[in-house]
Design a protein around this ligand. Structure first.
Ligand code: CAA
Length: 260
């Protein structure tokens, strides 16, 4: 599949998706959202993809937000549609993927950029990363799920402070607040992402996907996370991966999971 604004490459069980508009600090315009949506769908549909690593091209930015130039003259209706379509096509899609997604945050992750990183299942930041939701400084609010996901990750009080001040925090601060899982040197960001992806890859893809769904259920309206856990736990007993995992344990060998 060919893309104009992203690069999507497969290697050794990992889909590497790179947002590639470095001159605009990888800002998310309509085309980029569409292309990311397609690339994530393709990764989700491909059984060979065990983990996705998402990053931005260049050394300065992961993503500096939604493309301000594109939406500056939008009407109320267009604004609503921008948020609704973006959430449905990309941000919720990433969060609901059964294939785990790691955001490798290599610089600015602002507005829609931080919202995209927060939709991913894990976040690893380089020590030069800067994160924030500066939308209120533009007279708008986060529209790609940021008001919800930031509060879930760092708590309501810290989230409201970040949103209302429109300030940026550095990677160490983000780590202390639980916004990112790890911080590393820029030169080691890819290596650490691959290391963590490698640990995930050894496990049953069906079980990892089920665990993501169970965790997510606790944050979804109308769903009970504990009930979802019971359902997914039971379903796991009917999978070839469960048979392989338990048999391998008893045979004292490493499992060879097929993701079935
Ligand atoms: N949209 C469009 N273009 C952007 C952009 C964005 N979000 N962020 C940066 N760019 C462009 C700049 O306009 C500039 O392009 P030109 O050279 O053509 O002028 C180029 O990227 C480089 O940016 P700067 O010259 O500004 O770089 P800097 O190092 O001086 O500053 C920055 C870096 C602090 C990240 C600054 O670019 C900035 O503040 N960007 C905007 C951040 C922001 O407000 N993001 C939230 C967007 S709103 C949103 O995301 C809504 C939502 O939730 C749905």
């Amino acid at each position: 599949m060919s893309y104009n604004t992203i690069i999507s490459e497969f290697e050794d069980g990992i889909q590497h998706i790179t947002i590639n508009r470095p001159k605009q600090l990888n800002a998310l315009n309509k085309e980029t959202i569409e292309e990311l949506s397609r690339a994530f769908q393709q990764a989700e549909d491909d059984q060979n993809v065990r983990v996705v690593i998402l990053t931005g091209s260049g050394e300065k930015a992961f993503v500096a937000g939604a493309d301000i130039k594109e939406f500056a003259s939008f009407s109320v209706e267009q604004g609503k549609a921008l948020a609704a379509e973006g959430q449905q096509k990309l941000f919720n899609k990433v969060a609901e993927m059964g294939t785990p997604v790691i955001a490798a945050i290599n610089g600015f992750a602002l507005g829609g950029g931080l919202e995209l990183a927060m939709s991913c299942h894990l976040r690893i930041a380089s020590d030069n990363a800067k994160m924030g939701l500066p939308e209120v400084s533009l007279g708008v609010i986060p529209g790609y799920g940021g008001t919800q996901r930031l509060a879930q990750l760092v708590g309501k009080g810290k989230a409201l402070e970040m949103i209302a001040t429109a300030g940026m925090i550095d990677a160490e601060d983000a780590y202390r607040r639980g916004l990112v899982n790890h911080v590393t040197f820029p030169s080691e960001l890819k290596e650490l992402s691959l290391k963590i992806a490698g640990k995930i890859k050894k496990n049953s893809p069906t079980a990892v996907a089920a665990a993501i769904k169970a965790v997510n259920a606790g944050y979804e309206d109308g769903k009970n996370g504990f009930d979802e856990e019971i359902k997914r736990f039971g379903e796991a007993f009917g999978t070839p991966d469960f048979k392989e995992g338990t048999t391998a344990f008893m045979d004292k060998r490493k499992p060879d999971f097929k993701g079935e």
